[in-house]
Design a protein around this ligand. Structure first.
Ligand code: FMN
Length: 213
């Protein structure tokens, strides 16, 4: 057997960095904020998460994005509305978000309903981006077939000329907000007896319960 396969099979590392013993809040945002701040000071790419969507064909598709804000208990990220994920969210506005902070042996799984943020919020954020990224948002038809990289570079030149000073936000680029209906906190524990605490939204309140690991 290849060495690395052998190593994968024999890697029985322990999870021993903490626990959620006795933890039951009334709502999940305090704990999310606490875990996020722990990740922020100790983990690479703390705001990177996996976004999973599924369009009409029901095939899930996943990719990494950056969380940009947690506003009014909604998780905000930015992308191209015409991208694959944008099209899928248009057809089916349900999505999963997954954060993994390996050094803390924690994952947070979020499921919810996604909507576009207001134009003002998207405009404000777009303005704060570096010029190169702003031009890129015009130049790249995200997720569309690209015949040759030079076509993309030509597009960059074209929009750099078109917008010599300020770059307006392209109408196809902006934010989404995910309103969570479920948030699961997972803390690794020894012998695979991990802690899982799930907060589920029941229309007017959060209920917390445990699941077997
Ligand atoms: C660390 C990291 C952060 C990323 N952040 C974003 C992001 O915030 N917005 C975005 O549209 N794509 C981001 N991407 C690129 C996406 O993973 C993906 O390739 C792109 O959005 C196209 O996805 P789609 O074709 O499924 O729509 C990021 C990729 C990585 C690896």
């Amino acid at each position: 057997m290849e060495d690395f396969i052998e190593q994968m099979r024999n890697d029985h590392r322990e999870f021993d960095k903490g626990n959620l013993e006795g933890y039951f809040g009334n709502e999940p945002f305090d704990l999310f904020t606490k875990w996020y701040s722990d990740a922020f000071i100790s983990q690479p790419e703390p705001n990177a998460f996996v976004l999973s969507t599924a369009g009409l064909n029901n095939f899930p598709s996943s990719r990494i994005l950056y969380l940009k804000e947690l506003l009014d208990k909604k998780f905000i990220f930015y992308t191209n509305y015409k991208s694959q994920k944008g099209k899928e969210l248009h057809l089916n506005p349900k999505a999963g978000m997954l954060f993994f902070w390996p050094g803390l042996q924690r994952q947070v799984r979020i499921e919810g309903i996604v909507e576009k943020v207001s134009e003002e919020i998207s405009n404000d954020y777009f303005k704060s981006r570096p010029r190169g990224s702003q031009i890129g948002a015009w130049a790249s038809s995200q997720s569309e077939f690209l015949n040759d990289r030079s076509d993309l570079e030509k597009n960059v030149e074209k929009y750099a000329k078109k917008f010599p000073r300020g770059v307006p936000r392209p109408p196809h680029w902006g934010g989404y907000e995910l309103t969570p209906l479920l948030i699961e906190f997972w803390q690794g524990r020894p012998s695979r007896l991990h802690d899982r605490i799930i907060f589920e939204w029941y229309g007017n309140e959060w209920k917390a319960y445990r699941k077997n690991p």
